[in-house]
Ligand binder design. Structure first.
Ligand code: SF4
Length: 378
């Protein structure tokens, strides 16, 4: 038995991993159980090459359950299905005869472009086009310090839905003001403004949502986590289980933030965030725009290079509404149990998960592929 790596078309002879096998009839419970805490391969069985249920299962594992490990196709498959496997989220396919690896390789390399969205947008042409577009946008945004001008540039250069995930923090409120005052909404740009309602937010955050909706005459969507996943998490770890270990905390952020965010970003061509380089060492090199290969979109950080003074000047000059917690010493505001006020001179991120080491303090929303590799190696 051997495997073909679908992304590289390399042959893997005699793989040692033992995979958890899912039948095509696997239900939500079986998928959740396979994905939960399982870093090893998951094999999805295809009883015949005309049975397409396995493609849907792989997609659900990636998109609903956020599974990041290897997904392997096993059973009756033909080389013509290689591209579909790859685009549905599979990593490898099991082949009985290693001599057929070249046929799989030929099939995988024969299609040079795709126009349909996929779990993975791995094809070189699309990657190049989007990567080049993000580089050009990064340069264009660097040519102006004007936030409204930057938002107009983003709207002009990214076609399709642009997601703006706001935490209602200072940066995001400045960006929302710029979006509302740039005319891009009236010109028909599809900007989807949403916040992740984790179920653990401060009431002041929701009050700021309402205040901002009234001021900017736009709806801020509340994106909520999957109820069954939250129930399962709390049953397993407890109501405040995230305080017990970094792994528990990351599980909570995964269920309440990362997976809902990934759902909200599906189909979006661009993603606007309020990341700034001054936030922390981990964010010191955040660009104004970059290609997010994992999510297949251009990530835009229009205030990445702004200083705190520049940001506060903008907020004061435009009378931007802000979360009342800022006046009580809260700087970076996340969930209520995981956020505290900071002392003058402390890092803006010092009030988040203050019981953890500095270098582990990201919730996973902004970890890209390179950083994941570093985490794995650590
Ligand atoms: S910030 Fe705290 S409560 Fe919110 S999702 Fe992360 S661990 Fe859970």
């Amino acid at each position: 038995m051997a495997l073909v790596d679908l992304a590289t078309t390399m042959l893997i002879a005699d793989p040692e991993d033992v995979a958890t096998v899912l039948e095509p009839t696997a239900d939500d419970g079986a998928l959740a159980a396979a994905a939960g805490g399982n870093a090893g391969p998951i094999a999805i069985s295809f009883p015949s090459f005309t049975d397409g249920r396995g493609f849907s299962l792989a997609r659900l594992l990636r998109e609903r359950y956020g599974f990041k490990g290897e997904i392997r196709a096993v059973g009756h498959l033909i080389p013509d299905q290689g591209q579909f496997l790859l685009r549905s989220g599979f990593d490898t396919v099991e082949i009985a005869d290693p001599d057929t690896a070249d046929v799989w390789k030929f099939s995988l390399e024969r299609i040079g472009r795709n126009y349909q969205p996929a779990v993975r947008n791995t094809l070189p042409l699309r990657w190049n086009a989007s990567h080049k577009a993000s580089i050009a946008l990064n340069e264009a945004l660097g040519a102006t310090d004007d936030l409204v001008g930057r938002i107009k540039e983003v709207s002009k250069r990214i076609e399709g839905r642009i997601a703006f995930s706001t935490s209602l923090g200072l940066e995001d409120q400045a960006i929302l003001h710029a979006i509302a005052n740039s005319g891009v909404l009236k010109s028909g740009a599809e900007i989807d403004v949403f916040t992740l309602d984790t179920g653990r937010l401060f009431p002041e955050v929701l009050e700021t949502v309402e205040l901002s909706e009234l001021r900017f005459r736009t709806r801020i969507r509340l994106v909520v986590p999957d109820a069954a996943e939250v129930e399962e998490l709390v049953t397993r770890d407890g109501v405040f289980g995230f305080r017990q270990s970094v792994d528990n905390r990351k599980s909570c952020c995964e269920v309440r933030k990362v997976r809902p965010l990934n759902r909200a970003l599906q189909g979006a061509q661009g993603w606007i965030t309020g990341l700034r380089r001054e936030h922390s060492d981990a964010r010191a090199e955040v660009p104004l725009a970059e290609w997010d290969q994992d999510r297949g979109l251009i990530k835009v950080n229009p205030v990445a290079d702004w200083s705190t003074d520049r940001l506060m000047d903008y907020i004061a000059a435009h009378n931007v509404p802000v979360n009342p917690l800022h006046a009580r010493g809260f700087v970076s505001i996340g969930c209520a149990p995981c956020t505290r006020a900071v002392e003058p001179g402390e890092s803006p991120r010092a009030g988040r998960w203050w019981w953890e080491n500095e270098e582990k303090k990201e919730c996973g929303l902004h970890i890209n592929g390179n950083e994941k590799e570093k985490e794995k190696a650590a």
